[in-house]
Design a protein around this ligand. Structure first.
Ligand SMILES: [Zn+2]
Length: 100
């Protein structure tokens, strides 16, 4: 799936912590998808900011609205960490079983 248009949304932040999102609507393309993306990004920002699940930096506006990571590098690092933790738990569980 191609990435969304990076120039379709503009986020304006205020000093009091509030924000507004401006969404461009064109005659071509699906207007409902663009509006849905804007609402989804607004929800992401409203619920504690739209931050990367790995490095906690803000996710760039050109990413998909359901993106959890700011870039491919963070997504792969998080997957590697999960695999490593899973392997460690598995080794630990196997060690405990062998003790009994
Ligand atoms: Zn990141």
């Amino acid at each position: 799936m191609p990435a969304p248009d990076p120039h379709g949304l503009y986020i304006e932040e205020y000093d009091d912590g509030g924000f507004s999102i401006i969404c461009e609507l064109w005659w071509h393309g699906n207007r409902a998808n663009r509006i849905r993306r804007m609402r989804s990004i607004a929800d992401n920002i409203r619920w504690g900011g739209w931050l990367c699940a790995h490095c906690r930096k803000p996710i760039p506006i050109f990413r998909r609205s359901d993106a959890l990571y700011c870039r491919e590098r963070c997504r792969k690092a998080a997957a590697r960490l999960r695999r490593h933790e899973r392997a460690k738990r598995h080794r630990y569980a196997r060690g405990r079983v062998m003790e009994f």
